[in-house]
Design a protein around this ligand. Structure first.
Ligand SMILES: Cc1cc2nc3c(=O)[nH]c(=O)nc-3n(C[C@H](O)[C@H](O)[C@H](O)COP(=O)(O)O)c2cc1C
Length: 300
């Protein structure tokens, strides 16, 4: 899948993502009302990745209902990413997206713009459980909860989402960072801080998948810096059953989805695997892996 928000989200773009080899597409995060987002600059390329502070710009759920219907007409499976400012708003937006015909929902629990009742939602296990449960009450659709890596104990947040009724955990959103212009002697992003994505975050995001996979029984969706088939295999071995790819599209174009899929197939053929599920989490058994099982290598 594409990672939420990295590309635009017109039906045409999402259709192109699907045609390029993604198994399903994800919208950018939709909120209850239209939002302009942060002022520019909102995106800066940094070493091995990008730093963004878009501020969740989106047309609002009412408008997006029509877009979902258009995407569905094209035969593309659509996962609607969403957020709210309060528990009630999360539930209301989820309800509207379900009624509009989305195939699944991804609750963006990393959203920083929430009312005081939710505190720092991303890092607050009790509130993540509360919001997930409120959304669960409104929809029967598969519900993914997307976590932030910027927390002390991601396992506890993942378990809270599972208790709240999540069907899968997406791990993870961007890592908080900053970039400074040495000539202007000021932060580059208008918002000062932003979210780091791309290869720079891969080891951190992979560690999050590893920990979440140990903590929950529901499937984990890996996200963060995936660019090649090799990255994808690392995530699957760490415990991911599915993957999201975002920033790699900026560097490799839409062909990256097919390249990654081909890389996964190549590894599977070289190593005698016939399904992804045979590989999920295998690296956790590292103490029992003998030399006989040594990897035959990737060609891509
Ligand atoms: C420009 C940009 C916009 C993003 N917008 C969203 C968003 O609306 N909702 C969300 O959950 N994540 C958003 N993200 C985070 C990505 O979905 C993804 O979690 C992150 O970029 C790490 O994956 P990557 O390294 O493959 O890009 C955004 C990332 C970028 C770079």
């Amino acid at each position: 899948m594409n990672a939420a928000g990295v590309l635009g989200m017109t039906p045409d773009i999402l259709k192109r993502v699907y045609d390029s080899g993604a198994g399903a597409v994800i919208s950018k995060s939709i909120g209850p009302e239209p939002r302009r987002g942060h002022p520019n600059p909102t995106l800066v390329r940094v070493e091995c990745g990008a730093l963004n502070a878009m501020g969740l710009p989106n047309p609002g759920v009412e408008y997006f209902v029509e877009e979902i219907q258009e995407i569905k007409k094209m035969g593309v499976p659509i996962i609607a990413s969403f957020f709210g400012g309060s528990t009630q708003e999360f539930a209301d937006v989820a309800y509207k997206l379900s009624r509009a015909g989305a195939d699944a929902l991804e609750l963006n629990a990393s959203c920083p713009n929430v009312a005081e009742e939710l505190g720092m939602l991303a890092a607050d296990a009790a509130n993540v459980e509360k919001v997930t449960a409120a959304v669960r009450d409104e929809t029967k659709l598969p519900l993914f909860v997307k976590l932030s890596p910027n927390v002390t104990n991601i396992k506890s947040i993942a378990v809270a989402a599972e208790w709240g009724g999540a069907d899968a955990i997406t791990a993870v959103n961007t890592s908080k960072g900053i970039a400074i212009d040495i000539n202007l002697r000021r932060p580059i992003l208008a918002n000062v801080t932003g979210g780091l994505s791309g290869p720079a975050v891969k080891p951190v995001s992979l560690r999050c998948v590893w920990e979440v996979a140990q903590a929950v029984k529901i499937p984990v969706i890996g996200c963060g810096g995936i660019t090649t088939g090799r990255d994808a295999i690392e995530y699957i071995l760490a415990g991911a059953s599915a993957l999201e790819v975002g920033t790699a599209v900026m560097t490799h174009g839409l062909d990256v989805y097919k390249e990654i899929a081909d890389g996964i197939t190549c590894y599977m053929e070289n190593n005698g695997f016939t399904s992804i599920s045979e590989m999920v989490g295998l690296a956790h058994d590292y103490e029992n892996i003998g030399v006989d099982n040594a990897c035959l290598g990737m060609t891509k």
